[in-house]
Write a protein that binds this ligand. Structure first.
Ligand SMILES: Cc1cc2nc3c(=O)[nH]c(=O)nc-3n(C[C@H](O)[C@H](O)[C@H](O)COP(=O)(O)OP(=O)(O)OC[C@H]3O[C@@H](n4cnc5c(N)ncnc54)[C@H](O)[C@@H]3O)c2cc1C
Length: 668
């Protein structure tokens, strides 16, 4: 391993700014509330090893010169190295071939399911209802385990194709890097079914040749310059939670591929209390960002289900959506400005204002660029004071249609709480199998509550479904809000089912991501996919996709499968729908490869989604997985416009990850 090692961290002042998560406030008397003096671009961000210098008072220019960026003076005084939960050597904490923390997983002990570890509320609990469901629904044979292959040995990895001169120059710039097989493997994938299946059973056709860990904007500028000089491909890597194949290497790429891991760029550069914005380096992951902001009484409110591990830069690059977008907005609404390093220069706005009418908004060149045009190094985002009160809720509906109509009405009246989600019956029943022993938490399926819903209200257990809600704000506002929502729900035969069911639903959101690893062990391949769709087509789209999957499974002889959906986001004009699909592949003919069969079925489901009026993606992005439909979504002229942008920003195709649309270097 060749590794220039992490540089000195900048002296005593910077150390004083480290407090394991909290952002240290400046002791300077003019504080963060005092606004807006201007600084020139080169001085805008403290260099990575110069936080000490950054806390020294700086001479202030008298007036804003052309080509300077207007930023609050406070930025120089609250540089903060956030101690990340995730170590640079990710495998110290995270699984190498599955989701999340090493100590957290679903495990089948005999025929009893349990969840290990103490990180989640479900930890160290047995879940006695799951196995019977898995046997009946998915045809699981608890005695037929499909164990994953062991961690590859150093000799198993392909040799890195990288010029020594390139590595020497990286070293000359004191940029940490590695050519170790394991470091490269960890950054060769995201979290698609394909990625996990290959890790467990095979080998990737191509992995990066070298991994580099820049520590600040200037390091990224140097890497991109070097990449252009040596004709090296750069793939930005944030949290690696991509579910679109976006961080994987194009298999036919013969040039050196460098994975640019942003994890060491995770400082909060400044917080502007007066304007409620914070400028952060792009590698900071959601849980670190929230912990540090909350210590200051703030939140971004951005909570994608992957937020424990996904990064700010990744959110911007994929146009991410968080579950509480109704209160805080999706990432495009949270983003104020961004610093974007491309091979032809740095793209950034010259002002930090709430809105401007100044031609097309170039933030939108960066949002959704999926690593194809450059590297996001810093982003200024909106922050909000922490809400004084948070409350969960749940509503049971007799069927999915009633639930969707209710959500539509709530959206029509613009009464959505921070989050509102509706599970279909399949998902509702599945969620109930993950409950612990009866009595605990008083869940919908237990005792009196079940009797009231089924016997007295006459709901059918095989059609009912549940919506879960999160309210944030002032207590009295929440009470009023909840009353109004319950009144609307009553018009659609919805019955409030309590806070506990709601809270549990959101807790399962984070835990459920772990279940695929168990499924793979018991010969079930599974994945989720999502779309956005107008209201008037939401129910039809859900039915069509389920029907199509059912028909295709039948024709392939797949006896046991699970297809379910939920509405996860609502808007004025439509909703976001998430599908979960998995099947037991043991009944496939021996010659069939389960992964290819799954991918074919997912492709058919996507065709069905598009034919039913849905989009290619609401928030997962295009990546390589959905690139074949990109042109159909944005039109041929749209592709030309994108290609022209690519030609302008990256004429040598350094960012050649091949997401969105494949553009050969020769045609740039
Ligand atoms: C269990 C699970 C739940 C998920 N839930 C959600 C959800 O609720 N909402 C949602 O929106 N998404 C969700 N996702 C998808 C994924 O988490 C998002 O796409 C996320 O934004 C990716 O961030 P990341 O830091 O992990 O990026 P990565 O996976 O590292 O990269 C994704 C893409 O962004 C590019 N990129 C990353 N950092 C930068 C940078 N600094 N500059 C330029 N390009 C960059 C990469 O090159 C790549 O093209 C989920 C994924 C999983 C596995």
């Amino acid at each position: 391993m060749s590794d220039a090692g992490r540089r000195d961290s900048g002296g005593p002042q910077e150390e004083a700014a480290q407090d394991n998560g909290a952002v240290m406030k400046s002791t300077a008397s003019d504080g963060a509330e005092k606004m807006a003096c201007s600084q020139d671009v080169s001085a805008a961000t403290p260099p990575c090893n110069a936080a000490a210098a950054a806390v020294q008072p700086q001479p202030q220019p008298q007036q804003l010169a052309v080509g300077t960026i207007d930023r609050p003076s406070a930025q120089r005084r609250i540089v903060k190295n956030v101690q990340s939960v995730i170590p640079r050597n990710r495998l110290e904490l995270l699984k190498w071939n599955g989701w999340g923390y090493k100590d957290s997983m679903f495990e089948l002990k005999g025929d009893l399911l349990c969840f290990t570890g103490k990180r989640y509320p479900i930890g160290n609990q047995t879940l006695p209802y799951f196995t019977e469901w898995a046997i009946n629904k998915l045809g699981i044979d608890v005695n037929r385990r499909n164990r994953a292959q062991p961690l590859p040995k150093p000799a198993d990895f392909p040799k890195p194709r990288v010029e020594t001169a390139f590595l020497s120059e990286l070293k000359g710039h004191r940029i940490a890097h590695s050519v170790s097989g394991l470091d490269r493997l960890v950054r060769a994938h995201g979290h698609t079914l394909h990625d996990m299946f290959v890790l467990r059973e095979g080998a990737f056709d191509r992995i990066p040749d070298v991994v580099a860990w820049p520590e600040c904007h200037d390091d990224v500028v140097k890497i991109v310059e070097l990449a252009a000089k040596f004709n090296v491909v750069v793939i930005p890597f944030g949290g690696g939670t991509s579910v679109s194949g976006a961080v994987s290497c194009p298999t036919k790429e013969h040039r050196t591929i460098l994975s640019l891991d942003t994890s060491q760029m995770n400082r909060i550069l400044w917080i502007d209390h007066g304007n409620l914005v914070a400028c952060c380096e792009s590698g900071i992951v959601g849980q670190d960002l929230e912990r540090a902001l909350q210590a200051q009484g703030y939140t971004t409110g951005h909570e994608p289900d992957s937020y424990e591990f996904s990064s700010l830069g990744g959110w911007v690059a994929t146009r991410a959506s968080g579950m509480k977008k109704n209160t805080y907005g999706n990432i495009e609404e949270l983003l104020v400005s961004v610093r974007f390093v491309t091979p032809t220069g740095v793209l950034e706005k010259r002002t930090q204002v709430p809105r401007m009418s100044c031609g097309p908004d170039f933030n939108h060149i960066v949002l959704g660029s999926e690593g194809t045009l450059g590297v996001i190094t810093e982003a200024t985002i909106k922050i909000r004071p922490l809400p004084p009160c948070k409350k969960y809720g749940s509503i049971v509906f007799p069927d999915f249609e009633s639930g969707v109509k209710c959500l539509r009405e709530i959206a029509r009246q613009r009464l959505q709480p921070s989050s509102i989600r509706l599970m279909d019956n399949e998902q509702f029943k599945f969620g109930q199998t993950l409950r612990p022993t009866p009595g605990y938490l008083g869940l919908i399926f237990d005792g009196l509550k079940r009797m009231y819903i089924t016997k007295i209200k006459g709901f059918n257990i095989d059609s009912m479904c549940v919506a879960t809600l999160v309210f944030e704000g002032e207590k009295k506002d929440i009470e009023y809000h909840e009353k109004k929502i319950n009144a609307i729900a009553a018009n659609f035969n919805g019955i409030p089912a309590g806070e506990t069911n709601g809270e549990r639903g959101y807790m399962l959101t984070f835990v459920i991501a772990y279940i695929r690893d168990l499924a793979l062990e018991f010969n079930v391949v599974a994945e989720s996919f999502e779309t956005s769709v107008p209201w008037d087509r939401t129910i039809t789209l859900c039915k069509n996709v389920k029907h199509r999957i059912g028909e295709e499974c039948k024709s392939l002889g797949i006896e046991h499968y699970f297809i379910s959906c939920r509405v996860t986001q609502t808007y004025d004009v439509g909703s976001c729908v998430y599908f979960y699909f998995g099947f037991n592949w043991t009944t496939l003919p021996e010659t069939s490869d389960p992964l290819s069969v799954y991918e074919r079925l997912e492709e058919m489901a996507r065709d069905e989604i598009l034919a039913s009026g849905g989009s290619l993606s609401h928030h997962h992005g295009v990546g390589k997985l959905r690139a074949k439909w990109f042109c159909g979504q944005v039109s041929p002229l749209g592709v030309q416009l994108y290609s022209a942008t690519k030609r302008q920003l990256d004429p040598k195709n350094i960012f050649a990850c091949g997401n969105l649309v494949h553009i050969p270097s020769s045609s740039l």
